[in-house]
Ligand binder design. Structure first.
Ligand code: GLN
Length: 222
């Protein structure tokens, strides 16, 4: 599987993504600096976590207007798989590739801890290696993770089965509506999620629960 990772000033989970992808796919992803205007040919483009542009204005707002985003939107519209994690999720909503918005955590504070996720839709290219309703562990680290969508938009998202991961067992760390932790666009090729599956891919770091997401994408590309 060929992968590319977009890097912004202030990205910090890009290194974790390079490591996870290399471990799981056996191939080093291609790095793409935010000022570039075209993405390489890839099965999966990743928008990683971090603090792009220092989270100024709103988390992800400035990165969503950087030069590489035009080609990311073009590629996403053409059906290329796109994964945004944490700040990447914020960037994808700011760019209009995903519905809704990520607001300040309900508790105002930055949260850095492990949560439980439930895979509520296992019928997607991002989740086919999970079993339906599987509960798994995943770390979170953010201050703007409170997912919100207006009632009519939320209904559409839910009716379409776009919610893939929900916070489970009362572990919603940020007040996200309907416990939404990760969702796709309507076409199903763009996924955004606040938790960090790339940080739980080997026993050395405490577990491998996050691998299933990347393994789903490897199966989809085969
Ligand atoms: N880990 C991250 O990607 C953090 C995202 C963003 N800077 C926030 O704190 O909400």
């Amino acid at each position: 599987m060929k992968t590319a990772i977009i890097v912004f000033p202030g990205s910090n989970r890009d290194r974790d993504m390079f490591h996870a992808l290399e471990l799981i796919t056996g191939a080093r992803p291609q790095a793409v600096w935010h000022t570039e205007t075209s993405l390489p040919d890839a099965d999966l483009v990743i928008v990683p976590g971090g603090f792009s542009y220092g989270d100024y204005l709103r988390s992800g707002a400035i990165a969503a207007r950087s030069p590489i985003l035009k080609d990311l939107v073009r590629k996403a519209d053409a059906g290329v798989n796109v994964l945004g994690v944490c700040n990447g999720f914020q960037i994808l909503t700011e760019a209009g590739l995903l519905p809704g918005a990520l607001m300040r955590n309900a508790g105002i504070k930055f949260v850095c801890k492990e949560v439980k996720l439930q895979t509520v839709n296992d019928g997607t290219r991002f989740s086919s290696s999970f079993t339906k309703d599987q509960v798994w562990r995943c770390p979170v680290a953010h201050h703007d993770g409170n997912y919100f969508a207006e009632a009519d938009e939320l209904k559409t998202i839910e009716d379409n089965g776009q919610v893939i991961f929900r916070y489970a067992d009362g572990t919603n760390p940020n007040g996200s509506v309907n416990d939404i932790a990760g969702l796709t666009n309507k076409a199903g090729n763009v996924l955004g999620m606040m938790p960090h599956p790339e940080n739980l891919v080997e026993e050395l770091n405490g577990g491998t629960d996050g691998r299933l997401l990347f393994e789903s994408l490897v199966s989809a590309a085969a």
